[in-house]
Design a protein around this ligand. Structure first.
Ligand code: 13P
Ligand code: SF4
Length: 444
């Protein structure tokens, strides 16, 4: 029952981890040996995403950087940290809620009061009225959303400020505004005869609060991977076309699933005039896709799916919709992290699953469901390096500070940004069926 952290440490010392399921080989390699280092090693280096999947993506200037983690938390043993975190939690009682995203390491998830996908965590933040402090074990854009949806007297704390998202950083307010202005030159800004705007902006939850605000100001909406279909349909009912950012893959997979031909989904490259398209292509488009991607989900390939099917003819392949379109097409189903979790829970005992999403979740699902064979499509251990920046040492540090009345690493979004961003978020939250927590599945 090894966690990913333990698996990485074993691989580091050359001791192959033992598989929880004898018919599924344990992973034997990691995408970066630096993953075995403590996350604070990277706090003092050049700004970057750290080891692993997103290490080659550029960290934008001005991104929040974690400062110096006090020595006592770096040196504390696992059991000492455990005692200190549990004591702080007990002292803070109902005044504290710890939220954990599915991709967090098990060593963090064990302390979470609520574990979920980004949509569920956005809802969880606003339904914990007694909590004065929301300690968000996830990444920066999620903590920003929690801040905007919670009361102003509730403080959202991100234990390590370096926990960003490389995909979210691929779209910034300036380049999206430039894109918008260029599109207005092509389409104008007047609605058509049926009242539809020329273009409706749709931002994936994995984006800055500023971009959510942009959507709120321009008649747009936010989506998550669990409601992208409903959101895109909403956008196309209100507009002649949608501008979808930052994840091209989620946008393309969702557009394709609702029947939009690929030639009507041009890619927008912000470094080129008209995004690298021509005016006619843009006029004929239904969904304009920003060029962003997730480095973790980009690793999954059709070849991995073919190999899994060869090895286990009865395997069910489920991937996250951030995977490239050929991978989603070759899978049996795709859906959010919550969808994947529920699909596994509902399957008859003895099922075999190959999963294309972040390895911490896949390993946890394998550990929690010994009645099934569950393995990651990618045999190389490669966690989301930014999610991996949250560690029990940072948790102990921020939690103990809270017991002394000191709020460290508070994430606050200015009201100037939050007011329009809430409009776009509330549009999403009011869409059915996602309010009941149902998921959309792209292929089956
Ligand atoms: P979910 O919306 O499925 O939680 O995914 C969030 C994320 O960051 C996926 O990479
Ligand atoms: Fe961002 Fe990808 Fe990590 Fe999700 S898995 S937080 S999209 S880098």
């Amino acid at each position: 029952m090894l966690s990913i952290d333990e698996t990485i440490q074993l691989i580091r010392i050359g001791e192959p981890p033992v598989s929880t399921n004898p018919s599924v080989p344990a992973p034997t390699s990691v995408c970066s040996t630096a993953l075995a280092d403590a996350p604070w090693v990277f706090d003092t280096q050049e700004p970057g995403y750290g080891p692993g999947a997103s290490m080659h993506d550029t960290l934008p200037a001005g991104s929040p950087q974690q400062g110096f983690l006090p020595q006592e938390y770096r040196q504390a043993s696992k059991s000492e940290l455990d005692g200190r975190i549990r004591n702080a939690k007990a002292a803070l009682g109902e005044g504290l809620v710890i939220l954990g995203h599915f991709y967090q390491r098990d060593e963090v998830i064990q302390y979470a009061d609520f574990v979920g996908d980004s949509f569920q965590l956005a809802n969880a933040a606003r339904t914990r009225p007694k909590a004065k402090f929301i300690v968000f074990c996830g990444v920066h854009f999620m903590a920003e959303t929690a801040d905007m949806l919670s009361r102003s007297d509730q403080a959202v704390v991100l234990p390590n400020l370096a926990a960003g998202c490389s995909m979210a950083d691929m779209a910034d307010l300036d380049s999206v505004t430039d894109c918008w202005n260029e599109l207005e030159e092509v389409f104008g800004s007047a609605p058509d005869a049926s009242g539809r705007q020329p273009i409706v902006p749709v931002t994936y939850m994995n984006s800055s609060a500023a971009l959510k605000g942009f959507c709120g100001q321009h008649g747009g909406i936010v989506c998550t991977s669990s409601n992208a279909t409903e959101v895109l349909q909403w956008a196309l009912a209100h507009g002649q076309r949608a501008l979808f950012f930052p994840d091209q893959h989620l946008g393309r997979n969702t557009g394709k699933a609702i029947g939009i031909p690929l030639e009507q989904m041009p890619l927008w490259d912000p470094s080129k005039r008209l995004g690298g398209s021509d005016a006619q292509t843009l006029k004929d488009s239904r969904v304009i896709l920003w060029h962003g991607f997730c480095s973790v989900h980009k690793r999954f390939t059709v070849g991995q799916i073919q190999a899994a099917r060869l090895r286990f003819p009865d395997v069910r392949v489920i991937v996250h919709p951030e995977c490239p379109m050929p991978v989603v097409d070759a899978a049996d189903a795709s859906g959010s992290t919550d969808y994947i979790t529920k699909a596994i829970a509902a399957a008859p005992a003895g099922s075999t699953f190959a999963i294309g999403t972040e390895i911490n979740l896949v390993q946890r699902l394998a550990n929690q469901n010994p009645q099934h064979k569950i393995f990651c499509l990618d045999s190389v251990v490669c966690p989301c390096s930014t999610m991996y920046r949250i560690h029990p040492s940072y948790m102990a540090w921020v939690l103990e500070a809270l017991t002394h009345g000191q709020v460290l690493n508070r994430i606050t979004v200015s009201e100037e940004v939050a007011i329009p961003a809430r409009i776009a978020l509330e549009r999403m939250l009011s869409l059915k069926p996602t309010l009941q927590g149902e998921d959309s599945v792209m292929s089956a």
